[in-house]
Design a protein around this ligand. Structure first.
Ligand code: ARG
Length: 458
C-alpha cells in the first residue's frame, strides 16, 4: 500500500520503486516517527478531528508499534515505501479505519522534517558525551605528564621545548570548540516543522506552540514553506562533524608520527594497534590512520549534502530525502572513532627519555635571544646575535650548548650564566603567560578544562 495510490491506475515499476523508497535508511527514525504521531494525535483530539475513543485507540496502537520497534519484532511490509508508510500501515492493521484519520492536516513533508529533527536532538548530546569522553582522557593523560618535556614543532621542525601535557591539552580545546558548535546548533534544530502540512500549513485548529512543547522543541517554525525545506540543520551538523573529523585527524597524524621508530615518543598498546600480514615486526597505528582517513569521508558528506541543496527551489523536493544518509553516516563514524582514540591514548606508553633526547641545543635559541633582551639588547639585534651563534655551532658541527663562553662573548653580552638556559623545564617554566607551556600555566589550563567537563563553566 502506498499513501498516494488514488489517482494512479498502474503500478510503479519495480526498479523505480526501489529508487524511490527510503525505508532502508529512514527506518532509523521509527521511534521518532511514532513519537511525532503521538503528539499529532493529541493535537487532532484537541482540534476535534479525533474523538476521545479514536484518540485512545490511536495512542494504544502507536504504543504497541513503538514496543515492536524496541524489541525488534516489527515486521516491515513489501509495500512500505518509507518509515511513515510502515507505521501508518501497521496502525491500520491494529486499529482499523480510524488509523486513516492520523494523517489529517499532516504531510510526510512536515513529518519527515520533524522526525529527523527529533532524531538529531537525541543524537547531539550523545555525540557531545563521546567528545567529552575523549577530552577526559586528554586531561588525565596530561595530568600524568605535567613534567614530561618534548620538542614543540612548527613547520614540523623542532622549535621550542614544551610539555607533553601542553600538547595534549591543545587537542582538548579544539574539541571544546566542537562541543560549543553542537550546543549552538541545538538551538536551530529545536524548531518544530509539524503543522506546516505539505507546504501551506493546515486548516485545522492546531496550537503549534503546545505541539512544539509536547515534543520537546523550543519553538514552532515561523514559515511553513521554509519549514518543509529547511535542511540547514543537517548541513550544519555535517559541518560540525567534518570539523571534529579534522581535529581528530590532526591529533591522529601526530600520533602516527610520534609512534614511528624515527620519533619513538610513544608506543601504542596492543589493544589499539594492529600487525602486518606480511611483516612480522610491524605494529601499526591503523586506528589513528582510519580516523585521519575518515575525516576525508566526513568532509565529503558535507560537500555532498551542500551540493544536493544547491539549486533546489522553494519547499519540499524529493532531493531532500538524500539528507539522512550522510548525517547518519557522519554520526556513526564519529561515534565509532571517538571512544577508540580515547582508549588508545589512555593505554599508550610515553617514552619520556626519547622526547627529552629530541630537545637539542638549538631549541634554546629563542631563550638565548630573550636572555639578551633582558640585558637590554633590542630583540632584532639579539635575534641576529643568536643567529651567529647557531651558524658558528653548525660550522663546528657542534651545538649551542657546546660553544665556549669566549665564543659567546665574542658575539654579544653573554655571561657564564648563559648555560643555565639549556634546561628544558627551566625553559618551559619561563613561558608562564596565561595559555603558555609553563607547568603552572598548564595546571591552570587543566583546572579550567576540568570545570568545563564538570559543567561548572559553559
Ligand atoms: N521519504 C521522504 C523523505 O525522506 C518522506 C517525504 C516524502 N514526501 C513526499 N512528498 N514524497 O524525504
Amino acid at each position: 500500500m502506498t499513501l498516494w495510490g488514488g489517482r494512479f491506475s498502474g503500478k510503479l515499476d519495480e526498479q523505480a520503486w526501489k529508487l524511490n523508497a527510503s525505508l532502508p535508511f529512514d527506518q532509523r527514525l521509527a521511534l521518532q516517527d511514532v513519537k511525532g504521531s503521538l503528539a499529532w494525535a493529541k493535537a487532532l483530539l484537541k482540534a476535534g478531528v479525533l474523538s476521545s475513543g479514536e484518540h485512545t485507540a490511536t495512542v494504544n496502537g502507536l504504543k504497541s508499534i513503538a514496543e515492536a520497534f524496541k524489541n525488534g519484532h516489527f515486521v516491515f511490509g513489501e509495500g512500505d515505501e518509507d518509515i511513515h508508510t510502515a507505521v501508518e500501515r501497521r496502525l491500520g492493521e491494529l486499529i482499523g479505519e480510524t488509523a486513516g484519520k492520523l494523517h489529517t492536516g499532516r504531510s510526510r513533508n512536515d513529518q519527515v522534517a520533524t522526525d529527523f529533527r527529533l532524531w538529531m536532538l537525541e543524537a547531539l548530546p550523545e555525540l557531545q558525551n563521546a567528545i567529552r569522553g575523549l577530552q577526559s582522557v586528554l586531561v588525565s593523560v596530561a595530568e600524568e605528564n605535567e613534567s614530561v618535556v618534548m620538542p614543540g614543532y612548527t613547520h614540523l621542525q623542532r622549535a621550542q621545548p614544551i610539555t607533553l601535557a601542553h600538547w595534549l591539552m591543545s587537542h582538548f580545546w579544539s574539541l571544546q570548540r566542537d562541543l560549543e558548535r553542537l550546543t549552538d546548533l541545538t538551538k536551530r534544530v529545536s524548531v518544530l516543522p509539524l503543522g506546516s502540512g505539505a507546504l501551506a500549513g493546515t486548516t485545522l485548529k492546531i496550537d503549534r506552540e503546545a505541539l512544539a512543547a509536547d515534543l520537546g522543541f523550543a519553538s514552532a517554525s515561523a514559515n511553513s514553506l521554509d519549514a518543509v525545506s529547511d535542511r540547514d540543520f543537517a548541513a550544519e551538523y555535517l559541518f560540525c562533524a567534518a570539523m571534529t573529523g579534522l581535529h581528530l585527524s590532526k591529533l591522529s597524524e601526530a600520533v602516527v608520527l610520534f609512534s614511528t621508530a624515527e620519533f619513538g615518543f610513544i608506543e601504542l598498546s596492543d589493544a589499539f594497534s594492529t600487525g602486518s600480514s606480511l611483516m612480522p615486526q610491524k605494529k601499526n597505528p591503523d586506528l589513528f590512520e582510519l580516523a585521519r582517513g575518515k575525516a576525508g569521508t566526513l568532509v565529503g558528506l558535507l560537500t555532498g549534502l551542500l551540493t544536493t541543496l544547491k539549486g533546489l527551489p522553494s519547499t519540499y523536493d524529493k532531493d531532500l530525502q538524500e539528507d539522512k544518509l550522510p548525517v547518519f553516516q557522519a554520526s556513526d563514524t564519529l561515534m565509532s572513532i571517538l571512544p577508540v582514540l580515547g582508549g588508545a591514548l589512555e593505554t599508550m606508553s610515553v617514552k619520556a627519555d626519547k622526547m627529552l633526547a629530541a630537545i637539542d641545543g638549538s631549541l634554546y635559541a629563542t631563550d638565548l635571544a630573550d636572555y639578551l633582551v633582558h640585558k637590554g639588547v633590542p630583540f632584532r639585534t639579539a635575534h641576529g646575535m643568536v643567529g651567529k651563534a647557531v651558524k658558528l655551532a653548525a660550522e663546528k658541527s657542534s651545538a649551542l650548548d657546546q660553544l665556549s663562553v669566549e665564543e659567546y662573548q665574542a658575539i654579544g653580552p653573554f655571561e657564564a650564566d648563559v648555560y643555565e638556559l639549556f634546561n628544558p623545564l627551566a625553559s618551559v617554566n619561563k613561558h608562564n603567560v596565561n595559555g603558555g607551556t609553563s607547568q603552572d600555566a598548564v595546571k591552570q589550563q587543566i583546572q579550567k578544562a576540568k570545570s568545563y567537563l564538570k559543567g561548572e563553566i559553559k
